[in-house]
Design a protein around this ligand. Structure first.
Ligand SMILES: Nc1ncnc2c1ncn2[C@@H]1O[C@H](COP(=O)(O)OP(=O)(O)OP(=O)(O)O)[C@@H](O)[C@H]1O
Ligand SMILES: [Mg+2]
Length: 354
């Protein structure tokens, strides 16, 4: 785009040109006027301080020409300044009244700072609209996720109260699972909202991370084996890492839960290594992988991959968003890449030295 000149330069240029033109008309015009008057109308020049009729006409014409130029410059400049300001003010009122799709048109008159103002206003309105959309989406998604467990709990408890169900340990275990699911959901939402507001604190300490992760893998060993996964651990035992071990364990748990839920049984490689000054934790499965178009989306809250599989597996879509939040709180990142065996490789990496 061609850079537009600043408004200040426009003002200085226009006023300077106008002043020079008026001086030119007044000074040189008068020379020409007297030269012509002396040559062709010698009697028409006044001898006293009182101008003659012809001189009066010349003075009148000069004043009208100067005024005309001043008005022309003023109108041109004010149009450049006022019309974009008016359109921003108009759209601002609409936004204030809740019509967030209002945008100020950027016409040819706007230049320099005023064009920038229109662009900034439109960018702000766009951001406001997308934030509102995001908030509505979050509210609807949270309500949706809470509805199922709460309905189940209510039904079972009502059945117990009315004597329809007889109290049994299986029934209570089922109720407890629903409550644990709710607890999990609330904890994930808490981490995400803390991260959004920049308050997700990580309590860093220097730990032998392989030991910390080993305990998580031990806890998952039985459910993974039951599902038919062969767990392969490649943890750099000597690696001392500065991190919040509790949060990193939480991230690994989310990734292992995902493997249990979404991956096909096969090899599951969990690797902890040092690469280019980063600490890298990766979880790699054999399939079915993720459509690469969705690969960045699934790290957003409430986003799920293949709808037919995800509905069956019944997750909330918060696990990977939490993993990403934990990586970012450590100054790192979380991403997906296809694994060599056609599955998924989820990577969490953050700088070893802070
Ligand atoms: N190992 C994997 N293989 C294939 N797809 C996966 C894998 N891990 C995650 N996904 C896809 O990414 C989506 C998002 O995962 P995420 O962990 O954020 O949510 P979820 O597991 O559905 O629910 P939650 O973790 O909140 O219980 C999943 O719905 C699934 O479609
Ligand atoms: Mg998950």
């Amino acid at each position: 785009m061609k850079p537009t000149p600043g408004l200040r330069r426009q003002f200085i240029q226009s006023l300077a040109v106008m002043a020079l033109s008026i001086i030119f008309i007044a000074v040189f015009g008068s020379y020409v006027f007297y030269a012509i008057a002396m040559a062709y109308l010698p009697g028409s020049i006044s001898e006293t301080w009182m101008p003659s009729r012809v001189e009066m006409i010349w003075i009148g014409c000069t004043i009208i020409a100067a005024l005309g130029m001043a008005v022309f410059v003023a109108v041109r400049l004010s149009r450049r300044l006022i019309s974009p300001l008016n359109s921003v003010a108009h759209s601002l009122r609409e936004v204030a009244q809740g019509r967030l799709d209002a945008r100020a048109p950027l016409d040819d008159q706007a230049m320099g700072e005023t064009a920038q103002l229109v662009r900034d206003f439109n960018a702000m309105a766009e951001r406001l609209q997308s934030m509102t959309r995001e908030r509505e989406f979050w509210n609807a998604a949270i309500a949706h996720e809470l509805r199922t467990p709460v309905t189940i709990l209510r039904g079972r408890l009502q059945g117990l109260a009315e004597g329809v169900f007889s109290p049994s340990s299986e029934l209570f275990e089922g109720l407890l699972r629903q409550v644990e699911g709710l607890n999990h959901l609330i904890e994930d939402l808490r981490v995400l909202s803390l991260n959004d507001s920049g308050h997700l604190e990580v309590q860093r300490s220097r730990v032998r991370l392989a030991d910390e992760l080993g305990s998580v893998l031990q806890a998952f060993a039985t459910p993974l084996a039951e599902k038919g996964f062969q767990l392969q651990q490649e943890l750099d035992a000597g690696l001392l890492v500065e991190c919040d071990a509790m949060r990193v364990r939480q991230a690994l748990m989310a990734l292992l839960e995902n493997a249990l839920r979404h991956a096909d049984p096969g090899n599951l490689r969990v690797r902890l290594e040092q690469a280019d000054g980063d600490c890298r934790l990766s979880v790699e499965d054999d399939g079915p992988g993720i459509d690469s178009a969705l690969a960045t989306d699934i790290f957003e809250a409430f986003r799920r991959g293949d709808p037919s599989r995800s509905r069956k597996s019944g997750g909330s879509g918060l696990g990977l968003a939490v993993v990403k939040a934990i990586a970012e709180a450590h100054g790192g990142r979380a991403f997906w890449q296809p694994s060599a065996s056609g599955g998924s490789c989820f990577v969490l990496s953050w700088p070893l030295r802070q």
